[in-house]
Write a protein that binds this ligand. Structure first.
Ligand code: GLP
Length: 249
């Protein structure tokens, strides 16, 4: 493993997806052990699947307890209820919550179906303020540089809001749906300023499809056109990136 700091970001360059997943799981597990009442910010997508698998394995082997843990997820598709297999609530249940001793009442995922989505966003912010701050936030990164579902152009001041998904995001996520027409066109996402309130952030990136986004994140301009670049203004960020996704440092 190779590491280097870029601005405030500690970059850990690892060989591959497995090493990225192991390191992320190790850090998260050690934070949970240090603070059994930790508030976690959690991400979905293909990237953190391996990390969740490791956390579940560790829970079975070593009994690391999630009893006192609270979690907030980054985002949810508009129009999908939690029992829909392609919803992020369902993803979290399947990949983590059903396999560790977390109290489901303490796991929060934005609601994608509600009579008033805007009010739902404000309520999500209020719950985070009441139970937070988020001590450790896990992030993936979109090929276009999005974090959560904050697409390029989203204000750095944004809080939880409804967003129109970019066509590239719809295409990238179509693999989880029967057809591209089934991919929701909108999502509810924590905003950029919501994410920046987290005390510590770990961003994971793996594979050649993320190389361009990681290059801009670490070496490009800090700009709302590149949402992840905001992380260079945060005091405590770790980026764990595998060889294929990592630019020359
Ligand atoms: C998804 C999620 C993001 C995720 C990103 C990358 O659409 N909303 O939170 O980080 O896009 O996804 P993947 O890990 O599948 O490449």
């Amino acid at each position: 493993m190779f590491n280097k700091s870029i601005d405030n970001i500690k970059v850990f360059k690892v060989c591959d997806y497995a090493e990225m997943s192991n390191l992320a799981a190790e850090i998260l597990i050690s934070e949970v052990k240090n603070n059994p009442n930790i508030v976690l910010g959690l991400a979905t997508g293909g990237t953190p699947e391996g990390m969740y698998k490791k956390i579940v394995e560790d829970h079975k082997l070593n009994n690391t307890s999630f009893e006192g843990v609270t979690s907030f997820n980054l985002d949810e598709y508009v129009g999908l209820t939690g029992d829909n297999e392609t919803s992020y609530r369902h993803y979290m249940d399947e990949h983590l919550f059903n396999h560790v001793n977390i109290n489901k009442e303490n796991t929060f995922v934005p609601f994608g179906v509600s009579e008033d989505l805007s009010q739902g966003c404000l309520d999500y912010e209020a719950t985070m303020k009441e139970l937070g701050p988020i001590n450790l936030q896990i992030l993936g990164i979109g090929g276009n540089g999005h974090i959560g579902f904050n697409e390029p152009g989203t204000s750095f001041e944004s809080i939880t809001h409804v967003i129109d998904l970019d066509q590239s995001t719809i295409e990238a996520n179509a693999r989880y749906f029967n057809s591209i027409d089934d991919v929701p066109k909108k999502a509810v996402t924590m905003g950029i300023s919501t994410i920046m309130r987290s005390e510590k952030i770990i961003l994971l990136a793996s594979g050649a499809s993320k190389l361009d986004a990681v290059t801009k994140l670490l070496k490009g301009e800090i700009s709302e056109d590149m949402p992840a670049s905001v992380l260079r203004k945060h005091p405590n960020v770790i980026v764990i990136v595998d060889e294929e996704a990592c630019p020359e440092l």
